[in-house]
Design a protein around this ligand. Structure first.
Ligand SMILES: *Cc1c(COP(=O)(O)O)cnc(C)c1O
Length: 404
């Protein structure tokens, strides 16, 4: 076993060796511009792009023509929300989303609010799930888009996307789904799920960074988008810019591998995650699971270790790559907005650690991490006056703290 151990697979993943291998010739030999129509360099690049497009379409049950390449899921989310808001401005001005979406959806929604769009941010329950009935109730005759993610990037919960898709169809409202954490890990089917727009990105499924896609439905209904980027009219005019051919080749290969191994990998990761969970929860008291226990993707474990700061824990565990809260918010000391939305309280939100298991993690690594986390939590708790008081039988809720 080698150190450091990478267990932060929701932030990004290692590129699969099979993906790298397939990409290399597209830097060195077939380096053409896919838009060049007059020579074989261009034709080869274009052919590779179309193979990639087919592979992406297959993993989400779409048609290749419905795949628009972008620079990543952040751009896909921006394009979906802003593109619909602008294109359907005459139809309405209301968008429905929910509070635990990725920043790239929430911040885009906030930006749209500044230009007069009204946004409903639905709450989640204690386990992180949106109630589809709340979605139904929020729809008005001015609603043009519902944007609800498939798998949450912090707590791994799987939203009831199929039910929401059904409601969106019934009411004739477009449905966008940020499926970035779901594609390649859980089954995604834009037909069965009633999805009109779907964002995903290569680097969360063992592909390269900087290449993403937006699925844009072409019939029942045909979705139109105002482009964010003006230029050569690539990607059906929705996203101009020279295509990242090696990236697309890698993204396609990553999808192909994911489809092949998905069932087996999910079962293996579930076993590893349960080993990690029971190993930690069996040895330590006052450890709480964040997010629904069953409706979550296999590789995710998000735990709060009461009386221990998540940040301090990671500091004591430098040879293991983990995340406290979301990687995107860990630059600030704000506790994760996702965990706060579950109503678990600020203390437990600060005590959370996200374990993100992936393709390259082994049982040995899991056992090592169990041992080191137990050691670290015990050590930190020994230094915690609060924990001392609890151990001595003091009910912290009854304590009157002095304000000064
Ligand atoms: C990582 C992530 C994104 C952003 O993807 P990039 O390709 O890094 O821009 C968006 N949504 C979710 C749920 C993510 O996990």
């Amino acid at each position: 076993m080698n150190l450091p151990i990478y267990m932060d697979n929701h932030s990004t993943t290692r590129v699969d060796p099979g993906v790298v291998e397939e990409m290399i010739p597209y830097f060195t030999v077939h380096f053409g511009n896919a838009a060049s129509r007059n020579h074989s360099f261009g034709w080869d690049a274009d052919k590779a792009v179309e193979v990639g497009r087919e592979r992406l379409a297959k993993i989400i049950h779409a048609d290749p023509k419905e795949i628009i390449f972008t620079s990543g899921a952040t751009e896909s989310n921006n394009l979906a929300l802003k593109g619909v808001a602008e294109m359907y401005a005459e139809k309405g001005d209301h968008i429905i989303t929910q509070v635990t979406e990725h920043r790239s959806v929430l911040d885009t929604a906030k930006r749209l609010e500044k230009s007069g769009i009204r946004v409903t941010y639905l709450p989640v329950d204690r386990e992180g799930l949106v109630d589809p009935e709340e979605v139904r109730k929020a729809i008005t005759d001015r609603t043009i888009l519902i944007s609800i993610m498939l798998v949450n990037n912090e707590i791994g919960v799987i939203q009831p996307v199929e039910e929401i898709g059904k409601i969106a169809k019934e009411r004739g409202v477009l449905f966008h789904c940020d499926a970035t954490q779901g594609v390649g890990k859980v089954k995604v089917d834009v037909q069965a799920m009633g999805i009109d727009l779907l964002s995903f990105t290569a680097h969360k499924l063992y592909g390269p960074k900087g290449i993403g896609a937006l699925y844009v439905r072409r019939k029942n209904p045909r979705v139109r988008l105002a482009p964010m980027m003006d230029g050569g009219g690539h990607e059906r005019g929705m996203r101009s810019g020279t295509l990242n051919v090696p990236g697309i080749v890698g993204f396609g290969k990553a999808c192909e591998i994911a489809m092949e191994v998905m069932d087996e990998e999910a079962a293996r990761l579930l076993r590893l995650r349960e080993r990690l969970r029971s190993g930690l929860m069996g040895a330590l008291e006052e450890v709480y699971l964040n997010g629904h226990p069953a409706k979550r993707m296999p590789g995710n474990l998000n735990l709060s270790f009461a009386y221990v700061e998540g940040e301090s824990m990671l500091m004591g565990l430098r040879e293991v790559a983990l995340s406290s809260g979301s990687a995107c918010t860990s630059a600030t000391l704000e506790p994760s907005y996702v965990l706060q939305a579950l109503g678990i309280g600020i203390e437990l939100a600060h005590s959370s650690v996200r374990f993100g298991l992936g393709r390259f993690n082994t049982e040995k690594e899991v056992d090592y991490v169990i041992g080191r986390v137990i050691e670290t939590v015990n050590r930190l708790r020994e230094m915690s006056p609060l924990y001392e008081m609890v151990k001595a039988g003091v009910d912290l809720k009854q304590v009157k703290w002095r304000k000064d």
